[in-house]
Design a binder for this molecule. Structure first.
Ligand SMILES: O=P(O)(O)O[C@@H]1[C@@H](OP(=O)(O)O)[C@H](OP(=O)(O)O)[C@H](O)[C@H](OP(=O)(O)O)[C@H]1OP(=O)(O)O
Ligand SMILES: Nc1ncnc2c1ncn2[C@@H]1O[C@H](COP(=O)(O)OP(=O)(O)O)[C@@H](O)[C@H]1O
Ligand SMILES: [Mg+2]
Ligand SMILES: [Mg+2]
Length: 323
């Protein structure tokens, strides 16, 4: 045991139920050690065994999918109603669908913050985008956002030629994968100066960072003249490097957005991607900016957040003390 653990300190066991790759990126030795010093032992949960038969927990954090896991949590909370489960699975579920994930933004009803124009497409028709009332360029995203292999495979579609290429491409893929890719969310592309703001929320803690995004699409010519009109991309904002000097959104606005979304979602561990609409000259007006939320993720990669060990530990102590 670390020498700096205080003698006589009350200790808490926090169970984490995460996929192996998430354990690798999140449960880093620096987190385990800091939590230990503050009285928290982070313990892996074995989802293949009944939760109720595992060593006692004071709190559970989780990011697992499926009916079995939900059943496990429900049985556990009936037996241990005083142990907080972060977060309730029924609150996480709306984030697994790229349409319902943004409903909470529309409920906020703000003149400054909104979502892109969007619709679900089934990719059966070469004119479907126009019939849905959407204007090119558009971003096509898998409807399901459950962390599965294809849930981050996106396409920038510049024109109707691009739409047709995408339709044919997915038709072929569906033949191989038994219809797995057919439902897409299609969003109008919003010019935003090539930078996306990622806002991490951990309970009441809010942190905004900048990431690289798709560049602006400047002229209608660039859109209509593009030969193929289809650009596949994936996890573009995962590049940690921030090459931009783009001005950060006002701190007050970020906090307001985060707290409003936290209340609407009923979640304590999430992040959201927000872009700031730019004009045709690529600029924005500080006093009149429109912000567009494009993605919300449950229990994201917090290790990329500055000081994450302290933030997560403080959050867990707070949850246990106040549940
Ligand atoms: O692994 P990381 O650190 O890239 O975290 C991913 C998140 O990246 P971010 O923290 O927003 O930069 C990522 O966010 P984006 O969708 O890339 O905006 C997701 O939350 C992803 O989870 P899932 O694959 O959708 O279940 C997250 O993946 P998991 O770690 O949960 O598998
Ligand atoms: N409607 C949009 N307009 C402009 N850029 C977008 C739009 N939607 C997504 N993007 C860009 O694509 C990236 C990935 O989209 P996102 O919905 O965040 O998917 P993921 O869940 O894979 O992160 C965003 O971070 C942003 O750079
Ligand atoms: Mg994203
Ligand atoms: Mg996402």
């Amino acid at each position: 045991m670390s020498a700096s653990v205080e003698a006589g300190q009350r200790r808490y066991r926090v169970g984490y139920a995460l996929e192996a790759k998430k354990v690798k990126t999140l449960i880093l030795p620096s987190l385990v050690e800091h939590a230990k010093q503050k009285g928290i032992d982070l313990v892996p949960v074995d989802p293949s065994k009944p939760l109720t038969e595992q060593p006692p927990f004071h709190c559970i954090i989780h990011k697992l999918y499926g009916q079995d896991w939900k059943q496990q949590l429900s049985e556990f909370s009936s037996k241990h109603p005083n142990v907080p489960i972060i977060d309730p699975p029924e609150r996480i579920e709306p984030l697994h669908n790229r349409i319902s994930m943004l409903d909470c933004v529309t409920r906020i009803d703000s003149a400054t913050v909104g979502i892109p124009r969007q619709a679900v497409a089934v990719m059966q028709d070469s004119k479907e985008a126009e019939e849905l009332g959407l204007r090119f360029p558009v971003v096509a995203k898998p409807l399901v956002a459950d962390g599965g292999g294809t849930s981050h495979e996106m396409y920038l579609v510049l024109n109707s030629r691009g739409w047709e290429s995408l339709r044919l491409r997915l038709k072929d893929k569906d033949k191989d994968e038994a219809g797995a890719t057919s439902q897409l969310v299609v969003q109008e592309f919003v010019n935003h100066g090539g930078v996306v703001f990622k806002v991490y929320v951990v309970g009441r803690h809010v942190e905004c960072v900048r990431r690289t995004s798709l560049p602006d699409i400047s002229t209608p010519d660039a859109v209509s003249s593009s030969e193929d009109g289809l650009l596949p991309f994936s996890r573009i904002s995962n590049a940690a490097v921030d090459k931009h000097n783009a001005q950060m959104p006002p701190r007050e606005l970020v906090e307001e957005m985060a707290m409003a979304l936290r209340a609407e979602l009923g979640l304590r561990l999430f992040n959201f991607d927000v872009i700031r609409e730019t004009t045709s000259t690529g600029s924005h007006d500080d006093n009149n900016s429109k912000y567009v939320v494009i993605d919300i993720n449950y229990f994201p990669g917090y290790a990329k957040m500055p000081n994450y060990e302290h933030v997560l530990t403080h959050f867990l102590l707070d949850v246990i003390a106040n549940f």
